[in-house]
Design a protein around this ligand. Sequence first.
Ligand SMILES: NC(=O)c1ccc[n+]([C@@H]2O[C@H](COP(=O)([O-])OP(=O)(O)OC[C@H]3O[C@@H](n4cnc5c(N)ncnc54)[C@H](O)[C@@H]3O)[C@@H](O)[C@H]2O)c1
Length: 458
Amino acid sequence: MTFKKTILCIGAGYVGGPTMALIAYKCPQYKVTVVDIDPKRIAKWNSDNLPIYEPGLDEIVKATRDRNLFFSTEIEREIKESDIIFVSVNTPTKMFGAGSGMAADLQYWEKTARQIRKYAESHKIIVEKSTLPVKTALAMERILSSAENDIHFEVLSNPEFLAEGTAIKDLEDPDRVLIGSRETPSGLKARDELVEIYANWVPRERIITSNVWSSELSKLVANAFLAQRISSINSITALCEKTDANIMEVARAVGMDSRVGSKFLNASVGFGGSCFKKDILNLVYLCRHYGLDEVADYWEGVVRINDYQKERFILNMLSAMFNTLAGKKICLFGFSYKANTGDTRESPAIFIARRLIEEKAELVITDPKALNNAMIDLNGVDGKISYVEDPYKASANCDAIAVMTEWEIYANLDFEKIYKSMAKPAFIFDGRNILDHKRLYEIGFNVFPIGKPALTHF
Ligand SMILES: NC(=O)c1ccc[n+]([C@@H]2O[C@H](COP(=O)([O-])OP(=O)(O)OC[C@H]3O[C@@H](n4cnc5c(N)ncnc54)[C@H](O)[C@@H]3O)[C@@H](O)[C@H]2O)c1
């Protein structure tokens, strides 16, 4: 079969894999290949056991793989054969040298720019899919144009707004697709080519365009705003707990104002995931770089409140359980940073688990999709930790359950059965406010929600 164009994506991760699978699914006229430096990851993408879990992803990969979707490690060949290259490599927080702990680590991204320059033999459109500091496209252009040939690379910014756990739904029906380009004839032409791909399934009015720098910055700001909402509501949970107000009632009343809106107002043990913290810190770093310390301080507060919320959760557990957790057996319900994903990057559960071990508690961790990642995250932690998939078996003989992830299954468990199997007094700390607290109290549990009065039998 001959294809209209050949698309390559460098980076077969949580973004590159699902995004390209969906483009291949919606655009059978394009050949889509995803490459990665990690051969194990590519082997998994080519197997029945995909490297990431996302509802609906298996079906889409099955329908497209080896038809117009391919996973490969042949980076050199695929760069040569492609017309459009998406770069979707990881851009974690830099942990060394200048900007350590704040700036984006651009080493993976820069390596791909150099690979593209080295192997490309024809003009190409380069699409930044990774989340990058504003002005990164300029550096990309400079690296690409330093080759001694007349190949033209047009760099576009097309940040990804999908959320893990709903990636396929978000990709199929996005709120918006943002494409940033240079306002030159070649920039606008490249932009139109990318618009044409998305227009296969996204309504035109939701495909918005801007200059490159606005596009790069919009992604950082979008994540900062989302995280800010979580920190805003979480900051109020502490006040609710002091005053017997109920955060769920407060959030409902506040969110019904259409200027505020009701989404992202769920109180919790804190936000996690690979993006929010790193993108805010990146924004903070950029602001400081430009001498905007007040702006930097403002956004840094979002991360500070998140850290405070996680520590507060531990201190609440300690105070509720008679100021000692030593030797107590605590079951973590969930380890992924949110429901419907196995991803545990920056999951609050990692912090909570480590802190509980510091307090000399014994841990049993259960999660439907994230136990392998949990074992990797806690590898080397010096303490008693076991991993049990069945939540009934996991919680048996435990002193307390701490809900870390809002998996739907946890709300529907037989808590009478669980209560009977636990040590007494039995405690539940609901870090996601997903359980029926009154009912749990009636069963016999001492219940500690977030930002709501505790229900205790003493
Ligand atoms: N995960 C999310 O929910 C999400 C959402 C929106 C945007 N983003 C952004 O998208 C980017 C990718 O995130 P992710 O979660 O998919 O990361 P990831 O770590 O899951 O995947 C990145 C992949 O790139 C590969 N890679 C690194 N250098 C390479 C190279 N030189 N050649 C080929 N492959 C290379 C890695 O091996 C890895 O498999 C990041 O910038 C992130 O901030 C992520």
